[in-house]
Design a protein around this ligand. Structure first.
Ligand code: ADP
Ligand code: VHF
Length: 368
């Protein structure tokens, strides 16, 4: 299999602030994608820009904020975006195809299998998949919103060897350079800690959406899936190959050596937590460093109306998130056994299905 490269291009690199596509930029990116093919890689493109490309044509004075307006702008802009890419790529003899995905396409194994099958078939025929979120049918609560997370999920799903996230800033800085011009670039990040998150701000322009924060989310997802991520900018011919050679203008994020099983990736990044638990220091140690299951004795509080089988978030006493897991008790049942030893749990509940509150196989640690 040729090494797969997922390239994500943000709205800020494709459109002007007044709305509308920057055709020169698209021609440039098409040439860079063609350089990837020539160098023996198999590229996949995740592109934003539908809303930004469409809002002016439809008559909105600025990037719309209301859902139905965004949906309409995306419907106009997505067609324009695809047409422009198709023409620019055809100059290099590259055939491209539109793939629109929604968050719910990643919600279970069957649906992800379905999406990946379609993309695999395109790759088999040397067609470049051009992926975007299906904005016209996505509703806000169930949306990726920005395409950073989507690109990382695609990279993990298709076992890419790299994810390149292109934006209007040449990497992660010690602070948003638009706010503090003295900020300096961080060239390499080995671990995405809370301190790294704290320096990442939101979108930098009126057309961008997630800013550096959602790009770090993507880098984290990539790290868990075994895909190294680059975040940066390019505007010179041949730069995409420099990025792969380690000399790109941006920040490189290293990956965990082994990729997490798909179920754990789902737990960490796609599941919807229904409630939360607060655990004591002993339980934190067992979960984070001991690789053990969570027992009732270590649970201090349970919040929310969850049922056995739901996903809950787990926090320590300082309010730091430790991870997520599938809980084995209903919320009411758990209230009765908080802090009890396993012997006392068995005495209190007649039929204990599974003693652990969260089994270690159904847990993902999110604390770095
Ligand atoms: N620590 C940081 N380092 C670099 N850029 C940052 C940082 N925090 C916030 N940003 C902002 O993130 C923006 C890029 O994200 P975004 O606007 O969503 O672009 P895109 O449309 O390419 O996804 C930059 O323009 C920058 O202003
Ligand atoms: N799917 C949307 C993405 C919106 C957006 O701004 O994303 P991004 O530029 O990647 O932060 C679109 O095509 O307009």
């Amino acid at each position: 299999m040729l090494p797969r490269i997922v390239v994500k291009i943000g709205s800020s690199s494709l459109t002007s602030l007044e709305g509308g596509l920057n055709r020169e930029a698209i021609s440039y990116f098409a040439a860079e994608l063609s350089a990837l093919y020539r160098a023996g890689y198999q590229p996949l493109l995740v592109t934003s820009g539908a809303v930004a490309a469409g809002f002016r044509e439809i008559g909105y004075p600025e990037r719309p904020k209301l859902l139905h307006e965004k949906q309409a702008a995306a419907a106009v802009g997505q067609a324009l975006l695809m047409q422009t890419y198709r023409e620019a790529l055809a100059v290099h003899g590259i055939l491209s195809a539109q793939v629109l995905l929604t968050r719910s396409d990643f919600h279970n194994v069957k649906r992800t299998g379905n999406a990946s099958m379609a993309v695999e078939e395109l790759l088999k025929h040397n067609v470049l998949p051009i992926i975007n979120e299906n904005d016209t049918v996505s509703i806000d609560e169930l949306k990726f919103g920005d395409n950073d997370t989507l690109s990382a999920l695609v990279a993990n799903l298709l076992k890419a060897s790299h994810l390149i996230i292109l934006t209007d800033m040449d990497g992660l800085y010690t602070e948003d350079p638009r706010i503090n011009p003295a900020a300096t670039r961080i060239n390499q990040v080995d671990e995405i800690t809370d301190a790294i998150y704290s320096i990442a701000g939101g979108a930098g322009s009126s057309v961008g959406t997630g800013g550096m924060r959602s790009k770090l989310d993507a880098a984290k997802i990539g790290a868990f899936g075994g895909v190294p991520v680059f975040i940066g900018k390019m505007n010179q011919p041949g730069e995409i190959l420099s990025i792969l050679q380690g000399t790109g203008k941006g920040t490189y994020f290293s990956t965990q050596s082994a990729s997490l099983p798909r179920k754990k990736q789902w737990l960490g990044f796609l599941s919807t937590p229904i409630g939360s638990l607060v655990v004591d220091a002993g339980a934190e140690e067992a979960l984070i460093r001991g690789g053990r299951s969570l027992l009732p004795v270590g649970v201090r509080k349970a919040k929310g109306h969850f049922h056995a089988g739901d996903v809950v978030e787990v926090f320590n006493g300082d309010g730091e998130i430790l991870g997520r897991g599938i809980v084995n008790y209903d919320a009411e049942q758990l209230q009765d056994i908080l802090g009890l030893s396993s012997v006392d749990v068995v005495k209190k509940i007649n039929s204990v299905h599974r003693l652990e509150v969260i089994h270690r196989d159904e847990w993902i640690s999110l604390k770095s």
